[in-house]
Design a protein around this ligand. Structure first.
Ligand code: HEM
Ligand code: HEM
Length: 184
């Protein structure tokens, strides 16, 4: 694994960051979406898992962006039209933006409720505000809309990855799959 230089595949670090973050996003979204159907007795524990998954997404994203700074992205596999490369990088940056904005809106929601933020149960960050129901309601709406936008964009992203694999038959998906760490 080299931190720099030309490469045509993702290394083990970006691959791990990608798949762990993808899993955390999907689990956090599922828990958030089914949240209202969870029995009252379990609500606190489940919300705490939800928040830990969301904070993990934010932490993994920061590491991912730092890693991008030292190790360039592999060149795009196939450009099937003049704008496809532009579309691919725009959609990746939109995913990054939403992967930051959703947890930030969640943290603001927690603070607007006047509640402390527990970071993996290790550190408690006190809310800088007293409880404000109207503000919390607004943040909850923003959090939900952004979370749904993230999952919709991720679904389109999966369709694009499958299109590359099954229609264009290039290595776009293969080089992000676990196991092949060699830069071919
Ligand atoms: C990628 C990460 C995240 C995703 C995809 C996500 C998704 C969601 C969704 C879909 C809801 C349901 C919204 C609704 O029904 O109105 C929700 C609720 C919520 N989320 Fe997140 N969230 C994430 C991260 C976070 C983080 C980091 C925090 C705070 C630290 C957080 C705090 C909350 C809170 C407090 C609720 C309201 C729960 C309730 O009382 O009903 N979320 N989230
Ligand atoms: C919530 C789920 C997901 C999110 C948020 C997400 C996000 C991202 C982001 C930000 C990138 C840019 C490169 C990087 O940072 O490593 C990327 C690349 C990639 N993702 Fe995902 N992803 C998700 C799920 C998936 C799934 C399920 C698949 C497979 C079907 C997939 C396949 C790929 C591939 C093949 C690339 C490389 C594309 C290229 O090199 O042009 N992703 N993903």
């Amino acid at each position: 694994m080299t931190p720099s230089g030309e490469q045509s595949s993702y290394g083990p670090i970006p691959k791990s960051l990608h798949w762990i973050a993808a899993l955390c996003v999907l689990l956090a979204w599922t828990i958030g979406t089914i949240g209202d159907d969870i029995p009252k007795s379990m609500e606190k524990a489940v919300l705490s898992i939800h928040m830990s998954l969301g904070i993990a997404v934010l932490a993994l994203l920061i590491v991912r962006l730092l890693w991008r700074g030292v190790s360039p992205q592999p060149a795009l596999e196939t450009r099937f039209s003049p704008w496809s490369g532009y579309l691919a990088s725009t959609s990746h940056w939109l995913l990054y933006i939403l992967m930051a904005a959703v947890p930030v809106a969640g943290i603001l929601l927690q603070f607007a409720r006047g509640e402390a933020l527990s970071v993996f149960g290790l550190v408690q960050i006190a809310s800088p505000w007293t409880s404000d129901r109207a503000l919390a309601r607004s943040f909850k709406e923003v959090h939900e809309v952004l979370a749904n936008a993230l999952v919709i964009l991720a679904a389109l992203h999966v369709v694009a990855a499958l299109f590359h694999h099954f229609v264009l038959r290039d290595r776009t998906l293969i080089r992000m799959l676990p196991g092949r760490h060699r830069f071919e």
